[in-house]
Design a protein around this ligand. Structure first.
Ligand SMILES: NC(=O)c1ccc[n+]([C@@H]2O[C@H](COP(=O)([O-])OP(=O)(O)OC[C@H]3O[C@@H](n4cnc5c(N)ncnc54)[C@H](OP(=O)(O)O)[C@@H]3O)[C@@H](O)[C@H]2O)c1
Length: 216
């Protein structure tokens, strides 16, 4: 597939770019800096500069023959307004893709809105880290915007509570609204295995117009 990926230079975006390239897809990686160092130089990859929060940019870039648009954008932690980037990107992606006519959108989300018990979300825990609250609230707002969108085939993929560097096992478990936890009750996944799940959804479209979460 020919894929346009916003946020391709990030911790998670570069893992997604790498996984898609290793499966033979063609990826154009978009960041504001125009840099996506981990993927640059790999066959099938092109880096371009662009702002995912600008609908005109999204429309212009996505109109260039892509089968699917993906996004893994996120603010620089502690240095940028979470809502401006995350909600701004959701709005611009919805508007931009509607204008360009690309229907399929797969986005990286957050874990804050997942349920740990009926009616109790991850973000409601008294132990939820204060420094991630605005980011999680912005992801919750973004999910709400996608849920109101009927004209696109979107998928919002929430990672586990803990997502970090680690090995690519190729395995993960998938859930819907309830947080997926392992036998010890932990919710975690490596960047590489999150990218496996993301690429599987890109290729298979199993969860169109819905949110899933992936963890070990
Ligand atoms: N458990 C959880 O819920 C959980 C855990 C981790 C992450 N996340 C979510 O995933 C997001 C991304 O995490 P990460 O660690 O991969 O972030 P990261 O390493 O900071 O990467 C963000 C990427 O997005 C790009 N970007 C930022 N704003 C952009 C814009 N307006 N247009 C185009 N590209 C833009 C950045 O490049 P430039 O700066 O060059 O534009 C960078 O490549 C987080 O913000 C969070 O919402 C959730």
């Amino acid at each position: 597939m020919n894929i346009l990926l916003f946020g391709a230079g990030g911790n998670i975006g570069s893992a997604i770019a790498g996984e898609l390239l290793s499966r033979g897809h063609t990826v154009t990686g978009v960041t504001r800096s125009g840099k996506a160092e981990a993927a640059e130089g790999r066959a099938g990859f092109t880096a371009v500069a662009g702002d995912a929060t600008d609908a005109a940019t999204v429309a212009r870039l996505s109109a260039q023959g892509y089968d699917l648009v993906a996004s893994a954008v996120g603010p620089r932690v502690g240095a940028e307004d979470d809502r401006k980037i995350i909600v701004g990107a959701a709005k611009a992606l919805i508007e931009g893709l509607t204008r360009s006519g690309v229907r399929r959108l797969v986005v990286l989300g957050g874990a804050g809105s997942l349920e740990t018990a009926p009616g109790v979300r991850v973000i409601d825990s008294p132990h939820f880290p204060e420094m991630w609250k605005n980011n999680a609230l912005a992801q919750i707002e973004a999910l709400g915007l996608y849920r109101e969108t009927t004209g696109l085939d979107w998928t919002f993929i929430s990672p586990a509570k803990l997502i970090e560097a680690g090995e690519r096992t190729g395995s993960y478990r998938k859930g819907g609204e309830q947080l997926v936890v392992d036998a010890e009750g932990n919710s975690r996944i490596s960047y590489a295995d999150y990218a496996v799940a993301f690429a599987d959804e890109v290729e298979q479209s199993n969860a169109v117009q819905s949110r899933i979460n992936v963890a070990y």
